[in-house]
Design a protein around this ligand. Structure first.
Ligand code: UD1
Ligand code: UDP
Length: 361
């Protein structure tokens, strides 16, 4: 049976890495890359470093407004799916690529698998929230990373096809943990373990809101030279436009986005992590590094409930206070599974698709 995995943005690639391995043991997989991300550090480095197979189709959509980008992807993915006619399409997370892949599959009546289903921040102003809700409502197999995700879906009346599989990001970390220990990123950046704070920042609610962005950047400047900031190209562009780029670079270590192996090494050795990323909040939790989230809400509520993540919003004072003093005091409840999510998803797909085909004649 043939499966098409649709990816296009950095977090999609990380989630695809372990699933693609598991899929290829039992399915013929084709990879469709929308081209949503395209800079070397946002795209190619993940394929080169963590062994994701080459995409079979590269759609070259690139950047644009939400409607234009999603619409272009939808049209081009549909063309590919009509040619390939896979038995199932797999989409990951909550990006515009995820939504376009899901709509294209659903309209062609192809079985749709959503990896990382059921997440909710309950903030419809986040583009990711719209994507998650829509994709979940047209999926056939919903792979939930946590019990909270299963409960969220039930509240929306989605119960069929919902499975608690654990989180494929645990699988990805297991796959890459040993090799990431060989990364020399600390030496390259002249960093000592547990003597620096790692920051990432790219979500639209922060980069596109000048007041919030200025508060957060002010906090980064207050924290000063212990801060290492692999900067997303979206954020770099905004900071340059606002005239904040050069002054920030004088106060803290601003670097290009790093590959996944360097990222795991930077995360593992950080004293604390400041982030508005979904994936980085989870990785901080799994690596037992205290996390300060630069958002007002999070969909990864367990990390906050367990006391390993704190929501600092975009308040300069609160960010600085937590960045310098936040210490978790409770043990973790290990909510993201045991690292076997990919195999479970493939099992579910196999039995779902076999039952649809009916008994062999
Ligand atoms: C997207 C996802 C977001 C995810 C993030 C991961 C959506 C709606 N958002 O946000 O959920 O957390 O990816 O990183 O899908 N750009 C470049 N080079 C690139 C990619 C982007 O310069 O390789 C710049 C462009 O100016 C572009 C901007 O970043 O307009 C935004 O890129 P886009 O893919 O639209 O959204 P992200 O902010 O990356
Ligand atoms: N990541 C990375 N290099 C970076 C920043 C992030 O490899 O410079 C990885 C990170 O470890 C995680 C994933 O990218 O696995 C998260 O993606 P991102 O923060 O872009 O998106 P989100 O999870 O917020 O959708």
């Amino acid at each position: 049976m043939k499966v098409a995995s649709v990816v296009g943005a950095r977090p999609n690639f990380v989630k695809l890495a372990p699933l693609s391995r598991a899929l290829r043991e039992r399915f013929h997989e084709v990879i469709v890359h929308t081209g949503q991300h395209y800079d070397y550090e946002m795209d190619r480095i993940f394929f080169d470093e963590i062994g994701i197979p080459e995409p079979d189709h590269h759609l070259g959509v690139g950047s644009g407004s939400h409607g234009r980008q999603t619409g272009e992807m939808l049209a081009r993915i549909e063309n590919v799916l009509m040619k390939e006619m896979p038995d199932a399409v797999v989409v990951f997370g909550d990006t515009n690529t995820t939504l376009a892949g899901a709509l294209a599959a659903a309209k062609l009546h192809i079985t749709l698998v959503h990896v990382e289903a059921g997440l909710r921040s309950y903030d419809r102003r986040m583009p990711e929230e719209i994507n998650r809700v829509l994709v979940d409502h047209c999926s056939d197999i919903l792979s939930c990373p946590t019990k909270t995700a299963v409960d969220n879906l039930r509240r929306e009346g989605i119960v069929d096809g919902v499975y608690l599989t654990g989180d494929v990001m645990v699988d990805a970390m297991n796959l890459c943990m040993e090799i990431s220990r060989r990364s020399n990123v600390l030496e390259r950046l002249e960093l000592r373990p547990k003597e620096y704070i790692l920051a990432t920042l790219h979500r639209a609610e922060n980069t596109d809101d000048e007041a919030r962005l200025r508060e957060i950047i002010g906090a980064f400047q207050d924290i000063g030279n212990s801060l290492v900031f692999p900067c997303h190209p979206r954020t770099e562009r905004r900071l340059r436009d606002l005239g904040l780029w050069d002054s920030l670079r004088e106060c803290i270590k601003v670097i290009k986005p790093v590959g996944y192996l360097d990222m795991l090494q930077l995360e593992r050795n950080a004293l604390r992590i400041l982030t508005d990323s979904g994936g980085v909040q989870k990785e901080a939790y799994i690596l037992r590094v205290p996390c300060v989230t630069l958002r007002d809400r999070t969909e990864w509520v367990e990390t906050v409930n367990d006391g390993w993540n704190v929501l600092a919003g975009a308040s300069r004072g609160s960010i600085v206070r937590h960045a310098t003093g936040f210490v978790p005091t409770r043990p973790q409840t290990h909510v993201f599974g045991d690292g076997d999510a990919s195999r479970r998803i493939v099992d579910l797909m196999e039995s779902f698709l076999s039952s649809r085909r009916g008994p062999a004649r």
